[in-house]
Design a protein around this ligand. Sequence first.
Ligand SMILES: *[C@@H]1O[C@H](CO)[C@@H](O)[C@H](O)[C@H]1NC(C)=O
Length: 755
Amino acid sequence: MCSRIINAKNFTILILISHIYTINACEIGYFRCNSTDICVAQRKNCDTQQDCPDGSDEWNCGDRYLDQFWDHYYRKRPGAENDVQRKCEWNYTGQVCSCKASDILCQNLGLTSIPLDLSPDSNIDLLDLTGNIFRMVTPSLMSTVRSAKNLVLRHCSIENIYPGAFHYVSGLQTLYLDQNELITLPSNMFSPDNQLEILVLNGNQIEFLPNDVFAELHNLRELDLRNNHLQSIHSKILEPLQSINILYLNENHIQHLNFNSFPKIPLRILSLQNNRLTQLIPGVFRNLTELQHLYLSENQIHTIRNGTFKNLQQLSALYFNDNFLELIEEDAFSDLTNLSSLYLTGNRIKKLTKIIFQGLQNLEYVYFDEFPLCRAARHVRVCSPKGDGISSHYHLLDNTLLRGSVWIMAMFAVVGNVLVLLGRFLAREPNAIHSLYIRNLALSDLLMGVYLFLIAIADQRYRDCYIDYEEIWRHSIQCNFCGFLSTLSCESSVLILSIVTWDRLVSVTRPLARLQQSRRKAIIHMISLWSIATTIALAPLTGLANQYFGTEFYGNNGVCLSLHIHDPFTKGWEYSATMFILINTIALIFIIYSYSRMLQEIRISGVALRSTQETHERAVALRFSVIVLTDCLCWVPVIFVKITALSGVHISEELYGWLAIFVLPINSALNPVLYTLTTSMFKQQIRKMLVSFPCKSIHGRTENDQSGFDSALSYTLPHGGDNRRNLIKYRVSFEKRTENTSIRSSRSNNSNRYY
Ligand SMILES: *[C@@H]1O[C@H](CO)[C@@H](O)[C@H](O)[C@H]1NC(C)=O
């Protein structure tokens, strides 16, 4: 129902008209294929699957402006184009430097002056003096290279440039002064008839520029002032640059821009990336009418106001990524009628309305942090991201494997735990308290199964059109209920497992204390445990705590889990961290400690019979380690990923989906198997029920003890003759030991001693 590919062939006339007037015949959110009249949904463009018959929905998916972003970051080495062609093209007889094509290379020679063997009048195309030590650039130093067209003075420890320094080099077209120690530049550096087109000053410490510093540079096309200490820029400085196309001011300390910052100059590329801008006043770029690329990334701007981009009709790419952007006013982009690429990643935008993007009729690529924002830009062909690792534009659970897994895990958890509840309900058991714990554990795990079923059903319901309902779903009562269920299940499960472990530990280490535990006390334990877990899970939903938790504590993602991996510092993160890291870690450490304590205890008690002891020990150890291992399997990845996310590492988005659907519920699916279904007592009970024997095993001591033992081992050991004999031997030795203290205690003990 949701995927509408409108076949416009039925509307031949309409299409004919649309061909004539080049109207896009598809409705909003759909894009026409190149050679047919089929319309394809936004999300099907550039998804690596051909949907158009001619495959044109996968054309033009690489955003060319993205490459330019990196080009503006890294400057090509001058003279790199001559790397291949090596033969010297003119008569160079000097000893110091080398010649390649029409270039003279004098790099890293420790020179303090320019070699005299360069004949000053020969036509040097490029003179590369990188890595020498000049400290000062004076007119006389430069008089020897009068004819150079391109001059590289990179890494030359230059601290000072004298006025008129380049007056003699009037044919100069490119000048590299980058990576030096300049703090300022003099006025009158170049002669009035200079030909300079490119001036590179990046990587200096320039703080201040006199107003007339570039007064003679009428031919300058590109000015690179990257990576300096400039705090402001003034139109007086830029005004003489009437040919300038490219201005790099990135990586400076510019805090404010005002109406006087940019004069009327023919700039096409302007980079203000990585400065300290906190706001942009409307109309600040109004004089730059020819601007095509504007880099404003890595500043601290939080609002884009109406009119900020006034007069920028030519702008085709706007880089606004990695700011503090929270609000874009409705008319903010209305001037950018030619904008083709818009980068808004790394911001704090939570909500956008369609109106913001309405005017951007030529927008082809838009980049957000979260896929739901794409809803506001339906008419844009490529909107990124396409999903969040769990959900996508189409589906709540995007991965087919994940979609299947959720049903299987749900089935396992529900069926297994219902079986346990039924089984333990119908069969009478020797140890009521222990059984009570296990039943509660099953109930808690059952909740996880229910949670998974609810998610699976929601996934089914929103299939193919999730993005339309995404927000409704995440804020719905059902989603909050799902979050509540999973949290309740996780917390109660952790607490019950800890209590069960405690119970076993006590019964092994202090057999006598075991007797004092009453059923009533156990019930009270359970009630308080459930109350604690319910309170923990319910707290984020109460109106009282809205201030702290916000409205998206559970609805942060499509599976309604408060794990918050993508957004580790979202509202209420401390709570989520406490839940998933602190409680789980403490429980895990306690469980590991307890089981190793128990093993130790068993080893001590079994000293009497050396030969048989080892087999038994290994078996008990195996079963215990399986129990601890599944706990670890579930919790360690969760704890680890959560800590990693909090420490600022980006977590792979796919991993999150698997964590939520597969890892977190794994305990719930496995607990019934571990604690009940594989114990031979359970098997016996089932067998009995099937053969419909009356249950009177409460006094059958041997049988009970047997099952107590078996339950500890059946998971790992076959009931083969040898093992069985060894175990019985062991048990006899064990009973001998305990009988000395109290027959009674050994009796009540054995039944649940090594579950
Ligand atoms: C921005 O422009 C929109 C549309 O014209 C208008 O509704 C809104 O009030 C403006 N915002 C501000 C802060 O002026």
